[in-house]
Ligand binder design. Structure first.
Ligand SMILES: [Zn+2]
Length: 398
C-alpha cells in the first residue's frame, strides 16, 4: 500500500523465502579471507588484526561491500557487524555506518569495545572506559535508527577483555538508549578458563551478576558453557549466535547446539569474520551446524533438524535483534530472497526445506529485497558497483 512497483518479476519458477540474518561477523576481515589457515585463535588474532586494526574509510567501505556481495547472494538481508578497529573512533564508525547504508542491507553495528588486553600493535594507547561509553552514546545518537535499516549496538569484545566498569556501563547505556548488547563469550577453552580464574565463576554467571543477560543480549560462540550456563541463558532469554564453521576453522571446539535447543535457548546463526570462515555464506554455516552434532549423538531423534536451521537464520535472530518475526507475512518487514527452482539444488524437488539447507551452500539468490527495496536483481547488485569493489580489494592486497 502506498508503494510503487519497482519491477514486475515473473515468479512462476521462484522460491521466495524470508531474508536470512547473519548474526555475527567482522566486516574488515573480508580483506584477509584465506590468509591465515591452520592457526588457533590467539596467534590468529595478531596475524589477522595487526594489518586490519587501522583501516582508512575507503578500505572499510571495500570490506563492507565484499561482505555484502557474498551475503546478498546467499540470501542474507540483515547482518550483525561486530565492528572492530583499535582504536575505535567516530571517523571509522562513520565510515562503516555509511558503507552499510549504501549496500542497502539491514545492519546492526555492534561497536567492539575493550579496555583490557589491549592489542600490542595498536597505534594508540587503550581508550578509557569513559571515552568508550561516550563514543557509543554519540554513535547511537547519530546512526541508531530502529525504524530504518541501521542500528547501533554495544559490542564488548568479550567479558574478560573488558573491565566490570565497562560492562556495567554497557548494561546502563543499553537500558537508557534501548541498544542491543552483542559480545563474544567462551569461544575457546582458554577463554572460559580465564573467566573462571578472574571471576571465580563462569563468564555467563558473571554476566548475569552484572545484569548483562536478557532478551537484549546476544553471545557469539558459547562453545565452552556448562549445563548451569545453558539454563541461565534459557531462563534469561539471552540469544546465542552459533558460528560452527569459524569454530571448526580455528580448532575452538563444538558448541552444544542440541543442548541449547533442548533447553529452549534462542539460537541464531553466524558466519563470523571472513578471516576465520572464509566465506560469509550463511547456508554453509547452517548445513555445518546441523551435521556437526551427528559426530557425537548416536540417536537421530536428538539431531537438530533443517527446521531448527531455518529458525536459526530467520525467526530467532529476528526476535533477538528486533527485526520483526522473520517470516513472510502482511505487516512484516519486506525482507525476502527469491531463488530459481530450476537450479540443480532443487532438481528434482523432493523436500524444499531440506534442499534449501542441505543441497544449497552454493545456491545463489536471484533477487533480494530489503525494506521493500530491490537490492539484488537477476543476480546483479543494484546498490554498488561490484566489479569495482572486487578490483579495489585486489589492488589493496597487491
Ligand atoms: Zn567473532
Amino acid at each position: 500500500v502506498g508503494v510503487e512497483a519497482q519491477a514486475l518479476v515473473d515468479g512462476r519458477h521462484l522460491l521466495v523465502t524470508p531474508g536470512m540474518v547473519n548474526a555475527h561477523t567482522h566486516s574488515p576481515e573480508a580483506l584477509r579471507r584465506g590468509a591465515i589457515d591452520a592457526t588457533l585463535l590467539q596467534p590468529w588474532f595478531e596475524s589477522v588484526w595487526r594489518r586490519l586494526d587501522a583501516l582508512d574509510p575507503e578500505e572499510i567501505a571495500l570490506a563492507v561491500q565484499l561482505c555484502a556481495a557474498e551475503m546478498l547472494r546467499s540470501g542474507v538481508t540483515a547482518v550483525v557487524d561486530h565492528f572492530r578497529q583499535s582504536p575505535l573512533s567516530m571517523r571509522t564508525t562513520a565510515a562503516v555506518a555509511r558503507a552499510w547504508n549504501e549496500t542497502g542491507l539491514r545492519a546492526t553495528l555492534a561497536l567492539m569495545l575493550r579496555d583490557r588486553a589491549w592489542p600490542a600493535w595498536a597505534a594508540a594507547p587503550a581508550p578509557t572506559t569513559g571515552a568508550l561509553l561516550e563514543l557509543c552514546t554519540d554513535a547511537a545518537r547519530q546512526w541508531h535508527e530502529p525504524s530504518g535499516t541501521l542500528r547501533v549496538a554495544l559490542g564488548p569484545s568479550a567479558p574478560t577483555r573488558c573491565s566490570d566498569e565497562l560492562l556495567r556501563g554497557c548494561a546502563r547505556l543499553a537500558g537508557d538508549a534501548g541498544l542491543h548488547v552483542h559480545m563474544h563469550c567462551d569461544e575457546t577453552t582458554e577463554e572460559a578458563a580465564l573467566a573462571r580464574a578472574m571471576y571465580g565463576r563462569s563468564a555467563v554467571a558473571h554476566l548475569g551478576g552484572l545484569e548483562l543477560l536478557g532478551p537484549g543480549v546476544s553471545l557469539a560462540h558459547a562453545v565452552w558453557v556448562d549445563e548451569d550456563d545453558i539454563a541461565h541463558l534459557a531462563a534469561s532469554g539471552t540469544a546465542v549466535v552459533h558460528n560452527p564453521v569459524s569454530n571448526l576453522r580455528l580448532g575452538s571446539g563444538r558448541a552444544p547446539l542440541e543442548r541449547f535447543l533442548a533447553q529452549g535457548v534462542r539460537v541464531a546463526i553466524g558466519s563470523d569474520g571472513a578471516a576465520s570462515n572464509d566465506t560469509q555464506n550463511v547456508r554453509e554455516a547452517l548445513k555445518t551446524a546441523i551435521l556437526l552434532p551427528r559426530i557425537v549423538l548416536r540417536e537421530p531423534g536428538e539431531w537438530p533438524t533443517v527446521y531448527d536451521a531455518l529458525r536459526m537464520a530467520t525467526a530467532c535472530p529476528a526476535a533477538a535483534f528486533g527485526l520483526g518475526s522473520g517470516t513472510l507475512a502482511a505487516g512484516e518487514p519486506a525482507d525476502f530472497a527469491c531463488y530459481d527452482l530450476r537450479e540443480p539444488a532443487f532438481s528434482p524437488v523432493n523436500d524444499l526445506h531440506a534442499q534449501f539447507v542441505l543441497a544449497g551452500p552454493g545456491l545463489a539468490a536471484r533477487h533480494v529485497v530489503v525494506a521493500g527495496r530491490m537490492v539484488l536483481y537477476e543476480g546483479e547488485i543494484l546498490t554498488f558497483d561490484e566489479s569495482r569493489t572486487l578490483a579495489g580489494a585486489q589492488a589493496l592486497a597487491a
